[in-house]
Design a protein around this ligand. Structure first.
Ligand SMILES: Nc1ncnc2c1ncn2[C@@H]1O[C@H](COP(=O)(O)OP(=O)(O)OP(=O)(O)O)[C@@H](O)[C@H]1O
Length: 379
């Protein structure tokens, strides 16, 4: 497969067999009574990585973070940081800091006092505190707000104060639980980039918990997709999107079409899949699957072409009727009901202002795609 690697091109320690993991969850299980919140989970995070734990509500991602911070201990298994077993080490003695969803700023203190608070408690000298606070204010671009109190700030500004306060003590690892949850969409997007800059400039390791796939995709070097306390896949955003290893992951991240069927025939290079209704498609061989086995071809909407005439030379072309059209400005999403009843989602970028092949509701239409435009999944 071609590289679906890190956006930071030169940063991919997970591909380096000699790289030492920084954080290790080693067969970690966490039970609350009879309920298993985290189930025999293992994963590794590298120094300076921006790592996201992504999953639906209740999947156990916050529990993972809380165990790393030391607010919970694993029922079994180990968590190592820089080779050291963290069991029994209280939160304040771990080189990690946690930023909570509710930022919990002190309302009666100014921005600079909020940032200075932890440093003072640590016994840092006054001139050093002053220097560090100024540096933090610069970092989060709040210099002119130093004397304000939290209620005189916007949500996004409060967010940045909380961030500055969490990184002021220079923890090696910053844990962020839904850090942008309280921000509106536009501010969220801006802050995502600020967070990435901050992490890179300070050279910190970030572990962020989110249920927002777009947020994880934007910010993280790698994403762990968690379901019911188990890791479903750990990969770069591009791999998770282009090469999901299960239906669960394919569905969880982005939109996807699933062509279900049985293996009808295999050659050295391709597999022919027969759907229940008789429609057949040909895909590149990806897995070792015997004829007759159940299989699914997962393909993203933007990899499907839609046209009013049957495309010449297309290996896979299926006919149907336009059921629904959503014009979204930058792109248009078509729902096509194939003649066998399956609904297919195809999206096209509106790169030009006028479409050459306009399609309307109830028009006959063809959807076509290349054999390598999706992935074959068996689980
Ligand atoms: N102290 C506790 N006692 C009992 N059950 C708990 C406790 N803490 C968490 N759980 C349960 O463990 C599961 C995982 O919780 P966790 O907070 O890790 O989920 P999450 O993935 O972070 O969800 P959310 O996005 O809603 O915060 C949930 O079903 C939750 O109810």
């Amino acid at each position: 497969m071609k590289s679906l690697g890190s956006i930071r091109r030169d940063f991919a320690p997970w591909n380096d067999p000699n790289a030492k993991p920084y954080i290790q969850f080693d067969n970690v299980t966490k039970k609350f009574g009879d309920f298993t919140a985290v189930n025999n989970l293992s994963l590794t995070i590298f120094e300076r990585e921006f790592f996201a734990l992504l999953g639906a509500s209740g999947c156990g991602k916050s529990t993972l973070l809380r165990m790393l911070a030391g607010f919970e201990e694993p029922t079994s298994g180990r968590i190592l940081l820089d080779g050291q077993d963290l069991r029994g080490i209280p939160p304040y003695r771990r080189p990690v800091n946690m930023m909570f969803q509710s930022y919990a700023l002190f309302p009666h203190m100014t921005v600079e006092k909020n940032i200075a608070f932890g440093l003072k408690q640590e016994g840092m000298s006054a001139p050093d505190i002053e220097k560090r606070v100024a540096e933090m204010l610069r970092l989060v671009k709040l210099e002119q707000f130093a004397k304000r109190k939290p209620h005189q700030l916007s949500g996004g500004q409060r967010q940045r104060v909380a961030l500055a306060r969490s990184v002021a003590k220079r923890p090696k690892v910053l844990l962020l639980d839904e850090p942008l949850g309280a921000l509106d969409k536009k501010l969220r997007e801006e802050t995502q980039f600020e967070l990435m800059d901050l992490q890179q400039n300070l050279g910190l390791t970030f572990v962020v918990v989110t249920h927002d796939q777009e947020e994880a995709m934007t910010m993280a070097d790698r994403i762990a997709i968690i379901d019911k306390g188990e890791v479903m896949q750990v990969a770069t955003p591009a791999e998770v999107y282009e090469a999901p290893t299960s239906r669960f992951v394919a569905h969880f991240v982005g939109n996807v079409n699933m062509f279900e069927g049985k293996v009808a025939e295999r050659t050295a290079k391709t597999t022919r899949i027969a759907g229940a209704s008789g429609a057949q498609i040909v895909v590149d061989n990806a897995v070792d699957t015997a004829p007759g086995a159940d299989i699914v071809f997962a393909i993203r909407p933007e990899k499907i072409k839609i046209s009013s005439k049957k495309p010449v030379d297309a290996v896979n072309a299926l006919e149907g009727e336009v059921y629904d059209i959503a014009y979204l400005g930058d792109m248009t999403v078509y729902h096509v009901r194939l003649d066998d009843g399956q609904m297919v989602r195809a999206s096209t970028m509106n790169a030009a202002r006028i479409t050459e092949d306009p399609l309307s509701w109830n028009d006959r239409a063809w959807v076509s795609f290349r054999p390598d435009a999706g992935v074959v999944l068996t689980r």
